[in-house]
Design a protein around this ligand. Structure first.
Ligand SMILES: Cc1cc2nc3c(=O)[nH]c(=O)nc-3n(C[C@H](O)[C@H](O)[C@H](O)COP(=O)(O)OP(=O)(O)OC[C@H]3O[C@@H](n4cnc5c(N)ncnc54)[C@H](O)[C@@H]3O)c2cc1C
Length: 371
């Protein structure tokens, strides 16, 4: 006899979306080690609902971003999550027009609405932005990610899921009918039994996979890549999100300007690969303001460096180094253990894709169960 059909490790946006989806199909327990859900990467990002333009054709990132985006807008409407389809401008100097054209063609192939703007048209809608040409993506938006996670948790609980904070999974061992999971909480160490495990531990997914006995050759290397943000002091000079062309190998999307739902502008994130085995250090070095200013002034020449204030940082769980081609999400179901799914490399667009990831994991577990 098991206590739960599904046990989810990690209460970030991915674990919560899995809880929301899986609770339609069986009993769910979600275990989060922190005092709050989503206190790690899920609350340290740009809160942008991405259109899905940048990713390798046919990749999970592309497919789950595009389907997840539509589901996310519907979820926000149905459950009253503050969001706004602000639209985004990808801006380029004259030397970048070929890349803009490539993105326009790609958008057409994927059915992502995009509009080409010349210099004058861009100036008409964003007078402070300096660029030779731009692509306008009306489907890109912003979301209150904290409220989104609260609603996911509420809806999963309404469907019967049990979501526990202050509960750290230590290890799990295989049983004939599933898993025995060791959990540390204020009450000491307890053991629960479940049929299937979902490892949604974010930056700790690799560590957790090792603790669950996954073979080393099935665990991808983790490369921590910090992204800093600076807030802009003053009234927003923009009405849309402003993005330069993405960085080589999609290390990051370039230091862009996003708006929050209160209309304040923040700039970031940059890409700062951390040495192997670094601790998770979220401090923002004020000296980075000068580097930020020089990148931002390429498209916003009116910026004064002193208008930039250190804000916050997030850390991407990348599966590639800065010299390698951008890796895809890895959603892995080992064949030689009781049912388990491991989610590795859930960097951007994980927030946008979250509901689609939840469905993907559910289908993966159900398919295997029928085999
Ligand atoms: C700088 C930056 C900008 C981004 N911008 C965007 C964006 O604009 N749009 C977008 O779509 N995506 C964006 N992303 C990506 C998005 O934030 C992530 O894909 C998403 O938050 C990942 O969620 P997660 O649940 O996998 O990870 P997390 O939020 O890190 O959650 C994992 C959870 O597991 C818990 N955990 C770990 N180990 C254990 C254990 N042993 N027991 C119990 N609990 C455990 C942790 O405490 C944590 O709460 C960005 C990411 C970064 C870093």
């Amino acid at each position: 006899m098991t206590d739960f059909d599904y046990c989810i490790i990690g209460g970030g946006v991915i674990g919560l979306a899995c809880a929301y989806e899986l609770s339609q199909h069986g009993s769910v327990l979600l275990l989060e080690k922190n005092a709050h859900f989503g206190a790690e990467t899920s609350s340290r990002n740009s809160e942008v609902i991405h259109a899905g333009l940048y990713y390798t054709p046919g990749s999970l990132k592309e497919r789950l971003c595009i389907s997840g985006k539509q589901r996310l807008y519907q979820f926000c409407q149905e459950f009253d999550v503050p969001h706004q389809a602000t639209g985004k401008l990808i801006v380029a100097a004259e030397s970048g027009t070929e890349e803009l054209q490539r993105l326009l063609n790609k958008g057409q192939r994927l059915g992502i609405p995009l509009q080409w703007l010349d210099q004058q048209q861009l100036r008409n809608i964003e007078p402070e932005v300096s660029a030779y040409a731009a692509l306008f993506s009306p489907g890109t938006g912003i979301i209150d990610s904290h409220c989104y996670m609260e609603r996911l948790a509420q809806q999963a609980e309404q469907r019967g899921a049990l979501l526990l904070k202050h509960s750290q999974v230590l290890s799990a061992s295989e049983r004939d009918d599933g898993w025995q999971v060791a959990v540390s909480s204020a009450d000491g160490t307890t053991h629960i039994h479940c049929s299937a495990l979902i490892n949604a531990a974010g930056l700790q997914a690799q560590t957790m996979a090792r603790a669950l006995g996954v073979e080393e050759n099935q665990i991808p290397d983790l490369h921590l890549c910090r992204g800093h943000y600076f807030s802009y002091q003053g009234k927003s000079p923009f009405r849309h999100l402003i993005y330069p062309l993405p960085e080589k190998n999609l290390a990051g999307l370039g230091i862009h300007a996003t708006l929050d739902l209160g209309g304040q502008v923040r700039f970031g994130p940059d890409t700062d690969y951390l040495p192997a085995a670094s601790t998770l250090d979220y401090r923002v070095d004020p000296a980075l303001a000068a580097v930020f200013a020089s990148a931002i002034k390429r498209y916003f020449p009116g910026l004064k460096t002193q208008q930039l204030q250190p804000d916050y940082a997030g850390i991407r769980p990348k599966l590639h180094t800065k010299h390698e081609t951008a890796a895809d999400f890895i959603i892995h179901r080992p064949s030689d253990s009781p049912p388990a799914v491991h989610l590795f490399g859930m960097e951007s667009p994980g927030l946008t894709a979250s509901l689609a990831v939840g469905t993907f994991v559910t289908e993966m577990l159900q398919k295997k169960a029928q085999e």
